[in-house]
Design a protein around this ligand. Sequence first.
Ligand SMILES: NC(=O)c1ccc[n+]([C@@H]2O[C@H](COP(=O)([O-])OP(=O)(O)OC[C@H]3O[C@@H](n4cnc5c(N)ncnc54)[C@H](O)[C@@H]3O)[C@@H](O)[C@H]2O)c1
Length: 254
Amino acid sequence: MGLLSDKICLVTGAASNPGLGHAIAHCFAAEGATVIATDVDADGAKATADSIKSAGGRASSWRQDVTDPDGWQATLGRIRDDYGRIDAVVNNAGIVVLKRLEEMTLEDYNRQMVVNMTSVFLGTQSAVAMMRETGTKGSIINMSSVAALVGVIGVTAYAASKGGVLGFTKAVAAETAPEGIRCNTIHPGMIATNMNKQAADENTDEYEALTSAIPMGYMGPPKTIGDAALFLASDLSSYITGTQLVVDGGMINQ
Ligand SMILES: NC(=O)c1ccc[n+]([C@@H]2O[C@H](COP(=O)([O-])OP(=O)(O)OC[C@H]3O[C@@H](n4cnc5c(N)ncnc54)[C@H](O)[C@@H]3O)[C@@H](O)[C@H]2O)c1
């Protein structure tokens, strides 16, 4: 019996490899979950599902733009038709635009708010509705960042979106706790994914300084976030809701 045996779990932003969604999807499947991997990059999401199946797990995939309300209805409707319920949703898809305040445009700001924050509102609202309808005591995991908790240079708009995710998740947790529906955030520090690779290539000096300041001395492997999400999705965390789980190699030490 795995920690997520018989659980139906949706992971958004699951295409990028190395990426957090990809790692979370693999950690869930390895513990017995049936994983639905979605992403705007349909081929990448399929590659994630295929790699899970090759490893002996259960997975399917399709294209989903997390900013699209109709896409959320379609995704959860399909999951309901295929599996009857949803046990865990990881709202993981996200983007970052690294610019200092004076260079950040309104378009940069709005795009990050919609992809990182509005998507979490849409995903959480649809998931809670389906969990209520089916009487499922599910787990919702929203991907925030250490940037929601401490000041990080170059990410003003991103930090606003991730801070929004934190406050939103706590309010949802307060509303849904009586029904046994749990809602928590994960706050990764610097994890070695495509997002960070691209950002590091564009901002070499700032990234070197940030990496060398991590007390554990290295960027986190994506699986460390997969394991944190596994804990929050499973019954190991059955009495935990509204919490913020920081996974950062001691970077902010709180
Ligand atoms: N990597 C880190 O160090 C780090 C740190 C803190 C927080 N995070 C957060 O973790 C999450 C995953 O980050 P990552 O490092 O794996 O990034 P990544 O860029 O490697 O992967 C992000 C994935 O999201 C998908 N995506 C982007 N916009 C989308 C949309 N509108 N609809 C659906 N999918 C979309 C991309 O196609 C990609 O597959 C993000 O929310 C990110 O902000 C990452």
